[in-house]
Design a binder for this molecule. Structure first.
Ligand SMILES: O=C(NCCCCCn1ccc2cnccc21)c1cc(-c2ccc(F)cc2)cc(O)c1O
Ligand SMILES: [Mg+2]
Length: 214
């Protein structure tokens, strides 16, 4: 039931996941999207790669572009050290409304700030709005043709510092070829590809981790 896929995912979370237990929310969504209906969460396989990077970086300030149902926001927030903050951005208000409820159900709302609107509008005003100097870690999971322009915009807006890390989902499927060429070719980035699969499928996909060198 529920008219949209995100609504059906939220209904499943409320039915099956333990309130306040982020891990059970993540596992419930993975089970549902693997066995009932596919959805564009980063998923369990690529999620494990993302987890290892979050644990390694221990970001104080993290940005996620592309919230969808809040699956990766919950996954990330559950790993963040105390007084760290994940800012997650969603363009679609219907998705944002669902994600807020998923994030609340998981009990990680005090670590997550969800903002709505297009990245091109938000990126230039984030420093002021959030009293930020820079992001330690950015997870790119929004429109694939926005990865490159938004990365350049973050550079221009001084949101990246030496050592800031970009983690990009879907660099193979659907693909972000211009972004890959940029981070792999630029002397200002040290890039590494983590081979994996498109969520819940056997199709090849991967995550690109790129360190900004300043
Ligand atoms: O399209 C994807 N994600 C983006 C969704 C829309 C983001 C919109 N948005 C959010 C914040 C924001 C800020 N500014 C502007 C726009 C913004 C996606 C697709 C697939 C996929 C689909 C079909 C298929 F056959 C194979 C793969 C798999 C993934 O993992 C994905 O992530
Ligand atoms: Mg994705």
């Amino acid at each position: 039931y529920g008219s949209t896929r995100p609504e059906r995912i939220l209904a499943e979370v409320k039915r099956k996941a333990t309130r306040g237990d982020a891990r059970s929310v993540v596992d419930t969504i993975d089970q549902y999207c693997r066995h009932q209906e596919w959805a564009m969460n980063v998923g369990d396989e690529k999620g494990t790669i993302l987890d290892s990077i979050v644990c390694e970086v221990k970001p104080r300030a993290m940005l996620e572009l592309g919230t969808y149902c809040g699956y990766s926001a919950v996954r990330i927030a559950s790993l963040l050290p105390p007084n760290s903050r994940l800012i997650t951005m969603e363009f679609n208000p219907v998705f944002a409304a669902i994600a807020r409820q998923v994030i609340a159900w998981a009990g990680v709302e005090d670590k997550v700030v969800l903002i709505e609107g297009p990245s091109g509008d938000w990126i230039p005003k984030m420093k002021k709005e959030f009293g930020l100097t820079s992001f330690d870690l950015v997870f790119l999971d929004h429109w694939k043709d926005c990865y490159l322009p938004d990365t350049k915009l973050m550079e221009e807006c001084g949101l990246l510092r030496t050592g800031s890390i970009l983690v990009a989902d879907n660099v193979i499927c659907p693909g972000a070829p211009d972004y890959l060429e940029y981070v792999r070719g630029s002397p200002r980035y040290e890039s590494k590809y983590f081979r994996s699969h498109l969520e819940y499928t056997r199709v090849e996909d991967g995550i690109e981790k790129s360190v900004f060198l300043g």
